[in-house]
Each structure stands twice: as structure tokens, then as C-alpha cells.
Design a protein around this ligand. Sequence first.
Ligand SMILES: [Zn+2]
Ligand SMILES: [Zn+2]
Length: 327
Amino acid sequence: MTRTLERPPKAAEPMLAGEKTRTENFLVKLFAVVPLLALAVAVPFAWGWGLSWTDIALATGFYFLTGLGVTIGFHRHFTHGAFKAHRALRIALATTGSMAMQGPVIGWVADHRRHHAYADRDGDPHSPWRYGTTPTALAKGFWHAHLGWLFDRQKTNAQRFAPDLLTDRDITRINTWFPALTVLTLLAPALIGGLITLSWWGALTAFFWAGLVRVALLHHVTWSVNSLCHMIGERPYAARDKSTNFWPLAIASMGESWHNSHHADPTGARHGVRRGQLDMSARLIWAFEKLGWATDVRWPKPDRLDRKLNPGHHPAHRGRATRPEGG
Ligand SMILES: [Zn+2]
Ligand SMILES: [Zn+2]
């Protein structure tokens, strides 16, 4: 478990740290459910009126801006230390990741490090296998891993799982800005949409599509990595958990759905380690490295991965492991 962390967690610290307040829990529900409702009415709303090319462009832009903040920033950099980042890049990644409305950075990292430490065992905050392997248990487990776990009032202990971030002043500051960044992520598209179209209607449709609907789509793609990518797909590598590679989500998840490869090599900067596996996040980390913004990048080592291959799976990326592909 220490392999996944820059520093091992302090064993003396308990796994959990108290409970969310009623207000906190209400806000989590509000911000998980309102974008979802927006998504539910989005499709009928789209036929006929209310969706312009400006909205589509803004929604796509904010989707990838905030999504990459999570995949490259929250996940690969802050959780797993897959590369070192210059201060400006670190701040930018923590800020854009916070705008994905998936919770403040320190809590996100603590939950995810806990997930790797206990993957699909007792203590994992979001395992779909929590209730067992019967169809009913799995249906319940899917719901829990996808969304239900967010409503769990138990808080992961950041003192134990993210002590490195608690002592970083830039990061603790961005952590406290989370409510303001939530407002920003919803209002910025509205403001830009309003300015482009010079109309209140343009601001409203941009708020709806590039604000609410975009947040909901990204929520569900991220949550699918927790649920689907521990249930269905390929398992080329031996891992101590049930993680899978699920190709249909490669582009939408920006490379995160190569989740079995990720559990096999958690600190690797590239999750799509096999030939042809698109990993947009790795491509961008590669560009940051070329620009000198990212250093000490941990590109996957083919020999190490090949030793973990499950029977029947071939080494798929010989000689090209240091170069990210696609994206
Ligand atoms: Zn996982
Ligand atoms: Zn991870």
C-alpha cells in the first residue's frame, strides 16, 4: 500500500476522522443530484431549442479543463506522485480540479489513497463488491460505488492519508476556496456565453449546458471509474483487487478507464500502457515534461508490468513504454 503514496501513511492515525455535519451532507447531496436532474431534462430540452454551438464549445472546453485537473492533478500528481510539478502548474491543477465539483482536493486525495490501500476490501470507500457477489448484492454495490458512497457520513482521515498536502500552504488555501471555485465553475460559462452572444438567454443556456450538464457528465464518468472499472472489462494485469480496463470510456475519462493497468502500477504517469490505448492525460503530462513544467515523470517500465501479466495476456507495448500514446 505504501507504493501508491509519496510517503507512507502514519500507521498510528485512525482511518476515519469523525463525521460530516448535516449541512455538509446536505450540500454533497445537493451538488450531486442537481446536475444529475439537469442531465435528465437535458436531452428532451436539446430537441428544438436552447442548445447552440457556443454552448457545445463551452461545455466541451470546461469538461476537459476541469476533468484534466482531476485526472492529471488530483489523481496522478497529488494522489500518486506520478510526476513533480512546478508551483504554477501545481496551483493550476489544484484549481481546475476543484472546479470539477468532486470535493476539495485534500479530501479527494485522502479518499483515493484509502481506495488504493484497501481496494475491494474492508475499508475501501467505494468498492462495488462491498455487499457480495450475488446479482442483488452487486446491484447494490454498483450504486454504492458509483454514487451512494458520497452520502456516507464517515470522513476519511486526511491526517493519515494526506499529511503531505495538509502542510502545503498553496494546497490548503485552494482547499478552503472550494465553495468559491464551485460558484466560479457554474458562473464562468454563463458569463462567457452571455458575452459571446450579448444576451441573457445565451448566458442562461451556457449556464445550463456548460455549467450543470457538463458537471453531471464528468461526475458520472469519474464515478464510472469507481464502479464500472471495478466490475466489467479486461484484466490484463494481476492486481490484488477487481479493477478492470474498460475501453469505451477511454476518451471521456481522459485515460482513467485503463484502471486495471493503473492498479497494477499506481504511480505510473501513463495508464493506457498498452499499444493503442488512448490516454489524453499522459499525452498532456508528456507535453508538460517537454515544456519543463513537469519533472521526474514516472513513465511505465515495460519489464515491471510484464511480470504482472495475467495468463493469456501478451506484453503489448515493448520498446515504447517511455512515450505516451494518443490523446
Ligand atoms: Zn480503483
Ligand atoms: Zn489511483
